[in-house]
Design a protein around this ligand. Structure first.
Ligand code: HEC
Length: 605
């Protein structure tokens, strides 16, 4: 019986995964970089050019930049080792003094009115901003104009949503910088450097007469930073597995912050030498005051060694079931709803592709409703027929009251929207298909609802594996015609109210343009805001889907912080609407889309 050796196998593996001392930068370079960077091609910077870059910039290129597709196959210690081997020790200084405000005071009122704080206004994750707080009429939406653009220097992705509190903005970035800035001008008050990229929303919480900002990074660290000063209050390494990423935004209720934990191990396992898979998704609860962990609930039992792959590399399971989205709070029932992703390796568990209710108090699983069973999928699946369909939930379950009845609405990569009954352990009330679905299809970052209709966009991207990886570091080539679509469903019964197809990319759009719409939807009374991999931010009438306003972010921008910046694919957080302004970040090359590095702020004429 192999299964007896749980502890011994596991600790040996954990050691192998963090070979900090044994990481050899030169060896990594020869194995993973030299084939491209030693050849003379106009497109590829030669080794001598890389040797002039700061090591921190090279790590960033591998983590979230132009070299992401290569970075995916390398653990983080090796990324750091190769960056140190190649790059300079130059310390990258923050933004120039001219980017800062003259008055750098950060003041936050505890009774602030104009607030978008965290992933969604309110803990039910409806992404609905009421009229008095949005303060933006349909007519004003039609006349929205760009007020300012802020550039994230050296970044290829801009994927964090801003938190806005009465004219005060906080936003993370791919470089791991948290920015405190003024909403009306985009000038900076302070910046804070995190260990890794920050793409979660930031939640501001009162602490005495000051405020804590709570957010996670893409290396598994979670932070509390003082909003008034940018000073670190505490940080915890929520999960030390090498592939951890905190992508889902934290949720706050009373004195506790709930942190969802996911990973990129699924992608990593495309390498047959990688012992797949050992990551376990989880949710952890921390006391906001001091970061003390109150509980942590794993979504699978611990993995055990259970065989070898064709290459002879040991395999482990069960694994996966990452939590990619912001948890939803239900104080009435005393539970936290989380949605989960697939299993990475066999055996499958009954917690993957599911909606779970955890006790707010101790994290115990109160009920679970699996939507897609036996979904074991990883990077090793390419060309295999025995794998699951990869139908993760990537977005939050929305708790909504419709005609006096509570429902949980959840959109899935399968292309379905599900309505579950929170009083009957998640029994299915209705299910409606809004897209084709697929490994990168269906509903991804989330829907929006006012309790009457639920609005969903789908990715359904058309993409093919890059075959010319010898010079082109993109993993996928996107189809400029396939994907996207916005559907409005009635919340009561899931029937379709209206649907609008996405427009294909125009001829001459940059390579990487796609009409797919993986980004989250935002709703204000009368107006639905959608985003697309074609770089557009659009406003539709909530009544019939008619286009009210359309802005193409896929272009160059002059920025208030003085750098040249550009927009690209929008894939991730949707629009943030508060006090007459609309914010969006643009740029996302991860799935073959167009890179970009801007945060844009719009206001009425
Ligand atoms: C498949 C070919 C290929 C491989 C393998 C590859 N690179 Fe690159 N690299 C490129 C190309 C092409 C560019 C230019 C990217 C662009 O301009 O979009 C580039 C650009 C870069 C840059 C500059 C990015 C920036 O932000 O300006 C860095 C740094 C870099 N590579 C580091 C590495 C390291 C380190 C490795 C190995 C771990 C590596 N590359 C492996 C093809 C490759």
């Amino acid at each position: 019986m192999r299964f007896v050796f749980i502890l011994s196998c596991f600790s040996a593996l954990a050691f192998a995964q963090t070979p900090a001392a044994s990481s050899n930068g030169e060896a990594v370079y020869k194995k993973k970089c030299a084939a491209c960077h030693e050849q003379t091609s106009d497109r590829i910077p030669p080794r001598e050019a890389l040797q002039k870059l700061p090591a921190t910039r090279i790590v960033r290129a591998l983590d979230t930049g132009a070299m992401m597709a290569i970075g995916f196959t390398i653990n983080r210690d090796d990324r750091i080792a190769v960056a140190n081997y190649l790059g300079t020790k130059e310390v990258v200084t923050g933004p120039p003094p001219s980017a800062f405000c003259r008055d750098r005071d950060v003041k936050i009122a505890n009774n602030a009115k104009y607030v978008w704080n965290g992933w969604s206004p309110g803990n039910v994750n409806a992404r609905f901003q009421p009229a008095d707080i949005a303060a933006l009429s349909i007519d004003q939406v039609r006349g929205l104009k760009l007020k300012w653009a802020f550039g994230f220097e050296g970044d290829a992705s801009a994927f964090a949503p801003p938190t806005v509190i009465d004219g005060q903005v906080f936003v993370g970035s791919a470089a791991g910088l948290i920015h405190a800035m003024h909403a009306d001008t985009g000038c900076l008050q302070w910046v804070f450097q995190a260990n890794g990229s920050v793409r979660t929303a930031i939640v501001s919480v009162p602490q005495g007469n000051r405020h804590s900002l709570l957010f996670g990074d893409m290396t598994g660290w979670f932070y509390s930073v003082e909003a008034e000063t940018g000073k670190l209050l505490w940080k915890v390494h929520v999960e030390t597995h090498d592939s951890t990423r905190l992508t889902g935004s934290p949720t706050v209720y009373k004195d506790t912050v709930y942190v969802p934990v996911a990973s990129w191990e699924e992608t990593r396992s495309g390498d047959p030498d990688y012992p797949c898979c050992t990551f376990r998704g989880s949710v952890a609860a921390f006391r906001i005051r001091d970061g003390k962990q109150l509980w942590k609930t794993y979504m699978t039992p611990p993995p055990m060694e259970n065989g070898k792959n064709a290459r002879g590399t040991p395999t482990f399971g069960p694994s996966g079931v990452g939590v990619w989205s912001s948890p939803t709070v239900d104080p009435k029932r005393g539970v936290l709803y989380v949605t989960t992703g697939d299993n990475y390796s066999a055996p499958a568990t009954d917690t993957s592709d599911a909606v779970l209710a955890l006790s707010l108090k101790d994290g115990q699983i109160v009920w679970k409703k699996q939507i897609t069973a036996a979904d074991v999928y990883s990077g090793a699946c390419a060309g295999q027929s025995t794998c699951g369909p990869d139908f993760d939930f990537g977005s939050s379950a929305i708790l909504v009251n419709s005609n006096g009845r509570d429902l949980l609405l959840a959109g899935q990569k399968s292309g379905f929207v599900h309505a579950l009954d929170p009083d009957k352990k998640g029994d299915i009330v209705w299910q409606t298909r809004v897209g084709q679905g697929g490994t990168n299809g269906g509903v991804q970052w989330g829907m929006a609802t006012d309790g009457q209709r639920v609005y969903a966009t789908v990715s359904d991207v058309g993409r093919s594996r890059q075959t010319n990886m010898t010079t082109d570091p993109r993993r996928y080539i996107l189809d400029p015609k396939q994907g996207g679509g916005l559907t409005a469903l009635k919340v009561t019964d899931g029937s379709k109210d209206w649907h609008v197809d996405a427009a294909p990319c125009p001829a001459g759009a940059p390579s990487g343009c796609s009409p797919s719409q993986p980004g989250a939807v935002t709703l204000i009374p009368g107006v639905v805001f959608t985003t697309s991999t074609d770089g557009h931010l659009r406003a539709h009438s909530a009544e019939d889907g008619k286009l009210l306003w359309d802005f193409n972010t896929m272009r160059d921008f002059e920025t208030v912080n003085g750098i040249k910046a550009h927009g690209g694919a929008i894939d991730g957080p949707g629009a943030v609407v508060v006090h007459g302004m609309v914010f969006i970040s643009s740029g996302y090359p991860r799935n073959g889309g167009v890179p970009g590095n801007v945060l844009l702020a719009f206001g009425p004429e």
